[in-house]
Design a binder for this molecule. Sequence first.
Ligand SMILES: Cc1ncc(COP(=O)(O)O)c(C=O)c1O
Length: 365
Amino acid sequence: MSRNPADLVRANVRNLHAYHPVEAPESLAARLGMPIDRIVKLDSNENPYGCSILVQEALGAFDRYNHYPDAQAERVRERLATYADTAADRIVVGTGADEVIDLILLTIIDPGDEVIVPTPTFGVYRARTELFGGVAVEVPRDEHFELDMDAMLAAITPRTKAVFVCSPNNPTGNMAAQQQIVRLLETGVLVVLDEAYYEIAGKTFMPLTREFDNLAVLRTFSKWAGIAGLRFGYAVMPQVLVDEFWKVKPPFNVSVAALLAVEASLDDAEYLHMTVNRIRNEQRRLYRLLKSLDYLRPYPSVANFIFSEVTRGDAHDVHQLLADRGIMVRAYGDPSLRDYLRVSVGRPEETNRLITALQTIGARV
Ligand SMILES: Cc1ncc(COP(=O)(O)O)c(C=O)c1O
């Protein structure tokens, strides 16, 4: 019998690529000897205006942190049902949409099952499918990053357990079309529709959950509500999968703080939507400014980030030169995305610093 702990590791884990999270702003600030509030963080599509003040008040005023959270998140699910115009008993919750994705995959994947992933898209779908023993079947999007419907439909086999569609798509920023989603749903396969950026795009396919019992719609409070650090996501699930999901979910995954923060955010939804409006306006300005640079080709986006091809010089050099100035944007290790950068929409003064830096860098590359 082997005594080497390395032999204990599951093959699926051994074969997984190590996840390289983006550098923490605290580390970058320390490396550059720059105060943290000078760092411009445009790499994770967060809300640059922060969370509602009601969240901070609710967390400060609460005095029962010694108790475990409500494992069923009853009150929050009731509130979300109203917010998302659905039934509370179809809502499941997790520590971010990330965990909801994990729990859906854990619920449905047997070894060798297939999950269709139209690329480029959010890397988690593929990585977690593989971790859980599934096979991610990647289907490239077309040259405008639209879904290649013929290829998607042709990729469906008897082993297909789910199709993931992100809309608006991270990183490309474009929406799927309703008839594309309907065509996928009509095949009977489970469609997991990731609407992490719904509030920013203002368009949802949620009404289709009333028509189709093979649609799961994922949402998060990380982006529009500005509580990425507290971790909360949810999904409206097909009724038949809800009970199975609850079996898989760790009972006390979502913290008391996250539950309080979700309720406080919903209490202050009007204010949050005002910040979303600001982000939308700034997004249009950022797009125009990026387009004015002769070495970037930004793609139109309806989300709070813009994907750009670096047409001269090296995207990784640009990324590094920005980081040297305390500006964090997203670059990609994946060879097919090596020439691209994704920039989140920040506050106007952050856009200004970014564009000034990009102009300087552009003169050199
Ligand atoms: C498309 C998409 N889905 C899910 C997530 C994860 O969100 P959460 O913070 O709720 O885990 C992200 C975060 O970047 C995302 O871009």
